[in-house]
Ligand binder design. Structure first.
Ligand SMILES: N[C@@H](CCC(=O)N[C@@H](CS)C(=O)NCC(=O)O)C(=O)O
Length: 209
């Protein structure tokens, strides 16, 4: 089966999908879309994704966008166990995932930040303050929501959707030098993810051209 992922090495939404593909053991090839060069706005990419975002996944001819929709598709078709069977725990995993994917990541998107920067006279320190503020706010919310567990990951010994969302967001936190002092649970999860081959093979530096 031909599986193609249009991605960008430092895109955290793409990073999430790479983790899920690795967890599924699905071999895929990537087609880089250079976000810095504006390739996401090209006519060719608009056909793939009218939103002009990465990732886009083509799996056996099925074309999918939106990282969480893609991950849920892989979860359902490949039996990855990313959403626990118990409804309350499943809701918790979704809460944590949405804190990152819906409330933190979109406001740190290049197109949003560039719009903000266009409104200010001096780009720095506005860009850095913006990124640190919103990333830390999201990760602090995860810290409060995450249960105390004996396992390595968000809700135990098995990776879930929440871990797939947290690991790329922690990568971004490191990139923007967000202090990790008051987010010990996400930090612990980040260490567990880093030791898992599906996660470590998906990190931006591992996939950069
Ligand atoms: N909700 C979408 C968000 C995708 C998204 O924001 N992708 C970013 C990279 S992480 C992007 O393509 N940004 C291009 C831009 O802002 O112009 C998803 O989860 O797939």
């Amino acid at each position: 089966m031909d599986v193609v992922l249009w991605d960008y090495w430092r895109s955290s939404a793409s990073y999430r999908v790479r983790i899920a593909l690795n967890l599924a053991g699905i071999a895929y090839r990537t087609v880089p879309v250079d976000l810095l060069a504006g390739e996401q706005g090209s006519a060719a990419h608009s056909v793939r994704n009218p939103q002009g975002f990465v990732p886009v996944l083509d799996i056996g001819g099925l074309r999918l966008t939106q990282s969480l929709a893609i991950i849920e598709y892989l979860n359902e078709t490949q039996g990855l166990g990313l959403l626990p069977g118990d409804a309350a725990t499943r809701a918790l995993v979704r809460q944590i995932s949405y804190v990152i994917a819906m409330d933190t990541h979109p406001i740190c998107n290049p197109s949003v930040v560039e719009q903000v920067i266009a409104l200010v006279v001096q780009a720095e320190p506005v860009r850095t303050d913006w990124m640190r503020h919103f990333i830390l706010r999201g990760l602090r919310a995860c810290e409060a929501l995450l249960p105390e567990t004996d396992g390595y990951f968000s809700i135990g010994a098995h990776p879930s959707l929440a871990d797939i969302c947290i690991a790329p967001q922690l990568y971004n936190a490191g990139r923007w030098l967000v202090p990790f002092d008051d987010i010990p649970k996400p930090t612990r999860i980040g260490a567990a993810c880093a030791a898992h081959p599906a996660f470590s093979a998906a990190i931006p530096e591992a996939v950069k051209d």
